[in-house]
Each structure stands twice: as structure tokens, then as C-alpha cells.
Design a protein around this ligand. Structure first.
Ligand SMILES: *[C@@H]1O[C@H](CO)[C@@H](O)[C@H](O)[C@H]1NC(C)=O
Ligand SMILES: *[C@@H]1O[C@H](CO)[C@@H](O)[C@H](O)[C@H]1NC(C)=O
Ligand SMILES: *[C@@H]1O[C@H](CO)[C@@H](O)[C@H](O)[C@H]1NC(C)=O
Ligand SMILES: *[C@@H]1O[C@H](CO)[C@@H](O)[C@H](O)[C@H]1NC(C)=O
Ligand SMILES: *[C@@H]1O[C@H](CO)[C@@H](O)[C@H](O)[C@H]1NC(C)=O
Ligand SMILES: *[C@@H]1O[C@H](CO)[C@@H](O)[C@H](O)[C@H]1NC(C)=O
Ligand SMILES: *[C@@H]1O[C@H](CO)[C@@H](O)[C@H](O)[C@H]1NC(C)=O
Ligand SMILES: *[C@@H]1O[C@H](CO)[C@@H](O)[C@H](O)[C@H]1NC(C)=O
Ligand SMILES: *[C@@H]1O[C@H](CO)[C@@H](O)[C@H](O)[C@H]1NC(C)=O
Length: 464
């Protein structure tokens, strides 16, 4: 599993490589901007490490303690791999002056509590790997300030409660993966989970916990299932809950839902659930009005409406206390001045209380920046192409042109989606920098190879 380092045959190679002026510990390998001291039997960090390093690999050692400012002589450090060590806690200021960190791997250690100061100041951190530790508790503000976070892995720990309320759209706008699978959560604070940003809900992994079967739990997963989230599709069998909390009476609730027949959400399933899908495209600052026209809309007097918005979570007539958005009695939602970050999938549920009928409507809202750039791209491209062609023709003294540069520009991607159950999967057109493709095939969430922005592969296991 481990790619152990055998310095012997590499010494010759090393002497040929340009190594930075700083001394490289004899036990490590220093290659351009990378230092690897993995599987070297280290019990503590080498005293000196090349200050120009971007990547430091000290995984598979025996480190049990890191002092304050352990990495403060490495101002360019971005990737720090410390998997498979013996760390049971991190002291204050370990990552002081290491604010350039983007990937931090602390998986397979012995951490017990993720304290609020652990990752303080790491505002550039994108990936945080904490799986396979002994974590029982994650303190409420442990992830606050990590505003660049994209993926965080807490799988294979003993977490019973997670501070979902600390994850909000404005605090973690890029978060698309929150892996809490294989922990010990028996009940989840569903109101907080429902309030998670849409992107986080889509990338929330909760399988193989000790969930207790109940209707509110089932209803949440039912909604995610309806939307075809990969977290459910890829781990259908691993989604279990226990009846009356008895671990021996565990059921795979995504496959066997007869235990939830008396849940209201199940009633809704037996009725035809109508989902109307449409798209809205506006420029920033414009007023957006989303009508909640469903199959129940012929008589709105008996209906109550709830909207699920990507940035503000659930919106109901009573919860609304916000001048930035209003909900009319007829179910229409109005955003007086749309912002780019209001983009995403809006889902309206109309409930007929008397007849216990629900119907939903989804609207895909895309808010464009006001500049007309994106609107006219097709035309501009065509024009640019024509001008280029003229220059080429002039250059070639009007030789016959066989160029194929004038491909038909792609039509703008604004097609109105019509209702089709197979295209129920919402695609949040939220923030730039979010990779829309997350997983195409089944795999263990936390094992996913990570790609940095430059596309260089970075896996938890070193293989130098
Ligand atoms: C760490 O950063 C602080 C302020 O950001 C600075 O005063 C201090 O000298 C730095 N320490 C080292 C060792 O670079
Ligand atoms: C959306 O962006 C505006 C600035 O354009 C900002 O004031 C607001 O807080 C953002 N909202 C969220 C939910 O991130
Ligand atoms: C479920 O979690 C337990 C630990 O809580 C772990 O030992 C087991 O391998 C996990 N099973 C799966 C299928 O992930
Ligand atoms: C549902 O309710 C009916 C009648 O109230 C009851 O007989 C049945 O056992 C319930 N089913 C479950 C799975 O709780
Ligand atoms: C709507 O329902 C109310 C009460 O059920 C009824 O009085 C009213 O006539 C209905 N309106 C229409 C247009 O069907
Ligand atoms: C709405 O907000 C105002 C001020 O922001 C506050 O005084 C009022 O109590 C809030 N109302 C509700 C129902 O939350
Ligand atoms: C709902 O009510 C609002 C405000 O009264 C109105 O502007 C809107 O057109 C209505 N929507 C529908 C679908 O009638
Ligand atoms: C469906 O309708 C019931 C009331 O009949 C309501 O309690 C439940 O929350 C609704 N489901 C959804 C998903 O809104
Ligand atoms: C929503 O709109 C965006 C941009 O127009 C598009 O990329 C995305 O596929 C749409 N999503 C759905 C579910 O139609």
C-alpha cells in the first residue's frame, strides 16, 4: 500500500537534481518543490525543511505532536500530507503562518475532538481530510473561516453530532462535499440539514450511520432521492436506519420503504407527484417572479406554499422576514433585485391540506452578470471569425480557403427544459469554480482522487 522510499538507489539521482539551497534532511527526498519524508519512521518533524517547498509529505510516520508554528518557515506550502501518523490532538498555532495551505490530509490519525482553533486562519484551504480518526466531536466553529473549502471528509469516525448550522451559503460558498458517512449519528437536526445550501445537500454523504427510522428522516432522504443525488444512488444499500433504535432491526430504507407508509411523504408518493420544470434567465438586478403553478393550482384558496431556495433554504409565508424576497398568498415568489448568487434550483411545494395532496414545481433560475458579454458571445465569435478570415485571405492573396474555423457557434445554452422524469436531476448553476461533474461511477466517497486546479493528481497515498 505504501510506497516506501529507498534512498540507496536514489542517491545518485538526487545528486543530479537541482535541490534548493536549504538543507534537505538526509532522511527525506527533496525534489524541486516537493519534500517527501513519508515512511521514514519519524517521531517528530525534521528541524529544517526546504523553505521553497509547496508540497510536504510526512505520511506513514509516528508523529504524535506538532508544536506551534511547525510550518512557519515554509511560506509556500500548499499541500501537507500527514496521513497515517499518531496525532491525537493539535496544539494551538500549529498552522500559524501556513495560511497558503490548500490541501490538508490528516486522515488515519487518532484525532478525537476537532477543536475550533485547529484550522484557524486557513482561509485558502480547499480540501480537508479527516477520515479514519477517532473523532467524536466537531466543535461548532471548527470550520468557520474556511471560506475556500470545497471538500471535507469526516467519514469513519465516531461523530454523534455535527454542527450543520455552521455551514451556510455565505460562509462556505464553494463547499460541494461533506462526507459524514460511517459515523455514529442516530438523529440529525433536520431543520438545520434542510437549511444547508443546495450544493452542500447534493454532496452530503450520510450512509452507514446509526440513524433511527422516523418520518422526518425518511422525508429528507426521499427528497434527495427524488432529485437523483449521487450520494444516494451510489450507496443505496448502505443507507440503513434502525427501528426503535434497535441496531438489530436495521432496514435499508431506500430499498424497503414500507415502514414509512404512515408518513405523510409516503401519501404524497401514492398520489401523482407532478413536477413542472422550467427555466428562468435574468440579468443581475432584475426582478424575478416565480409562479408556483402546479397541478393543484386551479383553486389556490386552500393551498399553502413552501419554496426551497438554493441560498435561503426553506421559505414559507410565516418564516419570511426579509425585504430581499417576498412570497405572495398565491404562491408566487418574488426577488426584487436578483443577484448572481441567487441562481439555482427553486422548488415550490403546494400543499392542499384538506385533501392531503402535494405537488411541486421546480424552476431553474440563472442570474447573469449585467454586462452583455455572455449574451452576445455567439455573435462576437462569429464576427471575430469573419474578420480573421478576411485577414487570412488577404495574407494568402485570396488563395481559395479551405479553413474550417467558421464553425457554427454553439447556440446559447438556454433551452427551456420540459418535464421529463428522467431529467429531474437539478444542476445548480451556482458558483464558478465548482466542478459540475462529481462522480460518474460508484466509488467510496472519501477515496476520490483529488484534483487541484492545475489538474495535477493528488492522492492521499504518496507514491514518490
Ligand atoms: C508569522 O506571521 C506574523 C504576522 O503575520 C509575523 O509577525 C511573524 O514574524 C511570522 N513568523 C514567522 C516565523 O515567519
Ligand atoms: C450574495 O452576494 C451579495 C453581493 O453581491 C452579498 O451581499 C450577499 O451576502 C450574498 N448572499 C449570499 C447568501 O451569499
Ligand atoms: C460502516 O461503518 C463502520 C464503522 O462505523 C465500518 O467499520 C464499516 O466498514 C462501514 N461499512 C461500510 C459499508 O462502509
Ligand atoms: C400504519 O397505521 C396503521 C393504522 O393506524 C397501523 O395498523 C399500521 O401498523 C401502521 N404501519 C406502520 C408501518 O407503522
Ligand atoms: C375555491 O374553494 C373555495 C372553498 O373550497 C370555494 O368556496 C370556491 O368557490 C372555490 N373557487 C373556485 C374558483 O373553484
Ligand atoms: C423580523 O425582523 C425584525 C428586525 O430585523 C425583528 O424585529 C422581528 O422580530 C422579526 N420578526 C420575526 C417574525 O422574526
Ligand atoms: C400572485 O400575486 C402577485 C401579487 O399580488 C401577482 O403579482 C402575481 O401575478 C400573482 N401570480 C399569479 C400566478 O397569478
Ligand atoms: C405533503 O403534505 C403533507 C400534508 O398533507 C405535509 O405535511 C407534508 O410536509 C407535505 N410534504 C412535503 C414534501 O411538503
Ligand atoms: C439550469 O440552467 C443552467 C444554465 O442555463 C443549466 O446549465 C442547467 O443544466 C439547468 N438545470 C436544469 C435542471 O435544467
Amino acid at each position: 500500500m505504501t510506497a516506501g522510499l529507498h534512498p540507496g538507489p536514489l542517491l545518485m539521482l538526487l545528486s543530479l537534481l537541482p535541490v534548493s539551497e536549504e538543507t534537505c534532511p538526509s532522511i527525506c527526498l527533496c525534489l524541486s518543490d516537493t519534500v517527501s519524508c513519508s515512511s521514514s519512521g519519524l517521531a517528530k518533524l525534521p528541524r529544517t525543511l526546504p523553505s521553497s517547498s509547496v508540497t510536504l509529505d510526512i505520511s506513514h510516520n509516528h508523529l504524535s505532536w506538532l508544536g506551534p508554528g511547525s510550518f512557519n518557515k515554509m511560506p509556500r506550502l500548499e499541500n501537507l500530507r500527514m496521513a497515517h501518523n499518531q496525532l491525537s490532538a493539535l496544539g494551538h498555532g500549529v498552522f500559524q503562518n501556513a495560511s497558503g495551505l490548500r490541501h490538508l490530509d490528516l486522515s488515519s490519525n487518532k484525532l478525537q475532538v476537532v477543536e475550533q482553533y485547529y484550522f484557524q486562519g486557513l482561509w485558502r484551504l480547499e480540501e480537508l481530510l479527516l477520515f479514519n480518526n477517532k473523532i467524536t466531536q466537531v466543535e461548532a466553529s471548527a470550520l468557520s473561516g474556511l471560506s475556500s473549502l470545497k471538500k471535507v471528509y469526516f467519514s469513519l469516525n465516531q461523530i454523534t453530532h455535527f454542527p450543520f448550522f455552521s455551514i451556510q451559503d455565505h460562509s462556505h460558498p464553494f463547499l460541494t462535499m461533506l462526507d459524514l458517512s460511517s459515523n455514529r449519528m442516530s438523529r440529525l437536526p433536520w431543520e438545520d440539514v434542510k437549511a444547508l445550501p443546495g450544493l452542500v445537500q447534493r454532496g452530503l454523504y450520510l450512509h452507514n450511520n446509526s440513524l433511527i427510522c422516523d418520518c422526518s428522516m425518511y422525508s429528507m432522504f426521499w427528497h434527495w432521492d427524488l432529485r437523483g443525488y449521487d450520494s444516494l444512488k451510489d450507496f443505496t444499500e448502505e443507507h440503513t436506519c434502525s427501528i426503535y433504535g434497535d441496531p438489530r432491526a436495521a432496514i435499508r430504507f431506500l430499498q424497503h420503504n414500507r415502514f414509512f407508509h404512515n408518513c405523510t411523504v409516503e401519501k404524497a408518493v401514492s398520489q401523482p407527484v407532478t413536477v413542472l420544470l422550467s427555466s428562468v434567465l435574468v440579468s443581475e438586478g432584475e426582478t424575478v417572479r416565480l409562479d408556483c403553478q402546479t397541478s393543484l393550482s386551479s383553486n389556490t384558496t386552500d393551498l399553502s406554499f413552501t419554496w426551497l431556495s438554493p441560498s435561503k433554504g426553506y421559505i414559507t409565508q410565516t418564516s419570511i422576514n426579509d425585504t430581499l424576497i417576498s412570497l405572495f398568498p398565491n404562491g408566487s415568489l418574488e426577488i426584487p433585485a436578483a443577484k448572481v448568487n441567487d441562481s439555482g434550483l427553486y422548488v415550490c411545494t403546494a400543499v392542499d391540506i384538506k385533501q392531503a395532496l402535494n405537488a411541486t414545481r421546480e424552476v431553474n433560475v440563472t442570474v447573469l452578470r449585467p454586462a452583455g458579454e455572455s449574451f452576445n458571445t455567439g455573435y462576437t465569435t462569429l464576427l471575430g471569425c469573419v474578420v480573421t478570415m478576411i485577414f487570412i485571405l488577404m495574407y494568402l492573396y485570396l488563395t481559395p480557403c479551405r479553413c474550417s474555423c467558421c464553425k457554427q457557434p454553439k447556440p446559447a445554452d438556454i433551452a427551456i427544459a420540459t418535464y421529463d422524469p428522467s431529467t429531474l436531476i437539478p444542476v445548480f448553476s451556482h458558483s464558478p469554480g465548482v466542478h459540475p461533474k462529481m462522480h460518474s461511477d460508484k466509488h467510496v466517497a472519501f477515496m476520490e482522487p483529488m484534483l487541484s486546479e492545475e489538474g495535477t493528481e493528488w492522492t492521499p497515498e504518496s507514491s514518490f
